[in-house]
Design a protein around this ligand. Structure first.
Ligand code: ITT
Length: 198
């Protein structure tokens, strides 16, 4: 089975390819000849994920999925949430975004946070959604060099490493995206093919 992953984030592609481990062929936007920006105009992860998947599925007439992810911090009333990519400004880097979070949490003892991924799947003109959540804590400072985005400041509950100190395989076992992808694969196996995806 071939599915297009509507993302411009190469780290997401690496994680999802590792999670799917050959059960499906994941095509990147470059592989189908798309190089533009994908719009992301909404205020919820669900609407943005659907918008990204629809943008590609309708242009290329393919089965396709997209992922929208946010980091929700309890002491910041759920911010940055759906605005995680541009938290420190429209051109912000991951470093800028993490610095802003650490600044806002300076002296704050409640470090509770969660990552939430919503995957929107367009499959044979139907829409399906899969969610994955991981609970954790925002660290006092950046730790680790792996991963991407906010990984160096997020430590999942039950672990003493940040996501940026884990391999892709370790992160996938417990992460928001790993969980959402597991549900996507399970769905395709159980509900659509009726047998393991070949
Ligand atoms: P696409 O929309 O092209 O998929 P994006 O990087 O814009 O790529 P999102 O809007 O879903 O993706 O990401 C929101 C922000 O959250 C962005 O700054 C990411 O770096 C960050 N992020 C997403 N997944 C993450 C993860 O697993 N670990 C750490 N940060 C993550």
């Amino acid at each position: 089975m071939k599915l297009v992953f509507a993302t411009n984030n190469k780290n997401k592609i690496k994680e999802i390819q590792s999670a799917i481990l050959g059960k499906m062929e994941i095509l990147s936007l470059a592989e189908i000849g798309f190089s533009g920006e994908i719009p992301e105009d909404y205020d919820t992860l669900e609407e943005n994920a659907l918008q990204k998947a629809t943008h590609i599925a309708t242009r290329f007439n393919v089965n396709c999925f997209a992922d929208d992810t946010g980091l929700e911090i309890e002491a910041l009333q759920g911010r940055p949430g759906v605005y995680s990519a541009r938290y420190a400004g429209s051109q912000a880097s991951a470093e800028n975004n993490m610095e802003k979070v650490l600044r806002e949490l300076k002296g704050e003892s409640n470090r509770k946070a969660l990552f939430r991924t919503v995957i929107s799947l367009k499959y044979n003109q139907q829409d399906y959604f899969f969610e994955g959540i991981v609970q954790g804590q925002i660290l006092e400072s950046k730790t680790g060099d792996e991963g991407f985005g906010y990984d160096p400041i997020f430590q999942p509950d039950g672990f003493c490493q940040s996501f940026a100190e884990m391999s892709i395989a370790q992160k996938n076992k417990i992460s928001h995206r790993g969980l959402a992808v597991k549900r996507l694969v399970q769905f395709l196996e159980d509900e659509i093919t009726g047998s393991p995806v070949q």
